[in-house]
Write a protein that binds this ligand. Structure first.
Ligand code: SAH
Length: 381
């Protein structure tokens, strides 16, 4: 008999084989999907168009729904790929028809999208990040900090899901009731540029929802180097959240200004490649007694001189505890009139969804309890 001690089997369990990493096909461009299908699944390239149209024209959320694919291919897809879900978690309807949708991500995070129907368009305000790193002092999302970037699939899924909701709610036949997209939800789009770009490529694709570049606007706090790339690498419309007429003001409310000040920002705007007839939208949140004086309006005219610009004046949506107040209607109108006299087209943006905290700068997906607590928070001086 052999020496038992010498031949004792090693029973330490082997490390479990790493689970095969599933490819999130909902985050791929058409080219990326074609590469995956041909190189990894050994399929013919035309299959990519089929899968892509299921995903992004019809907005299906499982491989089983892709009924014109063979059972074998669907099986292969299930084994090696996934469609990362975004689940509608809550919906709140405002008296003005605005609907705020809250979505839960697979890792248990919450984001929000806001649907704004009007007579001539149906617009969705889309989120690009969970939270935001920019810390603008008047904005509720800024108080969350940045949790993570949304994937291209999660950005696009907001559009697919709301299309489906609107179709059902309004009894429509068209597969894409939404007409316009604004990237003005939670997060800073240019801080998640690669994923934004992929999402735009999907949303603008003829094999996808086929949105026109004229119907998509991306808004930024003013990440100057990214504005240049945005101009070179996309063709959609640009909006800048200016919100101040001096650096002193802007430094106080928008920390990004300490890195790229108003002059640097406007220089990037002057260089921005604009299509024929297009203008840059400047958003200007009116904060009572802070940036809404006649002098502010006159300075704004000077700042924007020479830039094809349009100004959206946004009456501030008050957030308990943040310490800023709404400019009255009359003051807002006077401010607009001064800009108009200075040949700057300015519009007072209608406030929507305030009653459901779905308006600009109110997206923070607090639970009811958190919201009640934040109401009691002391006001900042
Ligand atoms: N981070 C990007 C995208 C968000 S857009 C950006 O800042 O442009 C959200 C818009 O709402 C911005 O123009 C912002 O200045 C504005 N905003 C933020 N908080 C607001 C509030 N409480 N009331 C009104 N507008 C607000």
């Amino acid at each position: 008999m052999a020496e038992p001690s010498a031949s004792l089997p090693d029973t330490t369990p082997l490390p479990a084989p790493a689970a095969p990493k599933l490819v999130d096909v909902s985050s791929l461009t058409l080219e990326g999907l074609a590469r995956f299908l041909t190189e990894q699944l050994g399929e013919r390239a035309f299959r990519a168009g089929q899968v892509y149209r299921w995903l992004h024209q019809r907005g299906v959320t499982s491989f089983d729904e892709m009924t014109d694919l063979s059972k074998a291919l669907r099986q292969k897809l299930k084994e090696q790929a996934e469609i990362v879900p975004l689940v509608k978690d809550l919906e709140q309807v405002s008296i003005d028809g605005t609907i705020k949708y809250r979505f839960k991500t697979r890792d248990g995070r919450f984001i929000e999208s806001v649907y704004m129907p009007s007579e001539d368009r149906k617009t969705l305000c889309v989120s690009t990040q969970v939270g935001c790193a920019m810390k603008c002092s008047f904005c509720m999302t800024g108080t969350l900090g940045l949790k993570r970037n949304l994937t291209p699939g999660e950005i696009v899924a907001q559009v697919h899901t709301v299309n489906r909701e609107v179709r059902a709610r309004e009894g429509l036949e068209t597969y894409r009731p939404l007409s316009n997209l604004v990237f003005m939800g939670m997060g800073e789009p240019l801080h998640n540029f690669e994923n934004l770009k992929t999402a735009l490529s999907i949303l603008q694709s003829q094999d996808g929802p086929n949105f026109s570049h004229r119907h998509i606007t991306v808004s930024t706090v003013g990440l100057v180097p990214m504005i240049e790339r945005f101009g070179q690498e996309t063709d959609v419309k640009l909006a800048i959240s200016l919100n101040a007429s001096t650096d002193e003001q802007r430094n106080q409310t928008m920390p990004v200004n300490r890195k790229w000040n108003i002059e640097a920002l406007l220089e990037a705007c002057r260089k921005f490649p604009l299509r024929q007839g297009r203008r840059i939208t400047f958003e200007y949140v009116l904060l009572r007694g802070f940036n809404d004086s006649d002098e502010d309006a006159y300075r704004l005219i000077e700042l924007l001189r020479g830039i094809p610009a349009k100004v959206n004046l946004i009456p501030y949506n008050e957030n308990p505890g943040l310490g800023f107040h709404t400019t009255g209607e009359e003051r807002a109108e006077q401010f607009r009139a001064i800009l108009a006299e200075g040949h700057i087209a300015a519009f007072i943006r209608q406030n929507r969804g305030r009653d459901i905290a779905g308006a600009c700068g109110q997206l923070a997906n607090r639970s009811g309890q958190d919201a009640a607590q934040s109401t009691q928070a002391p006001e900042l001086p």
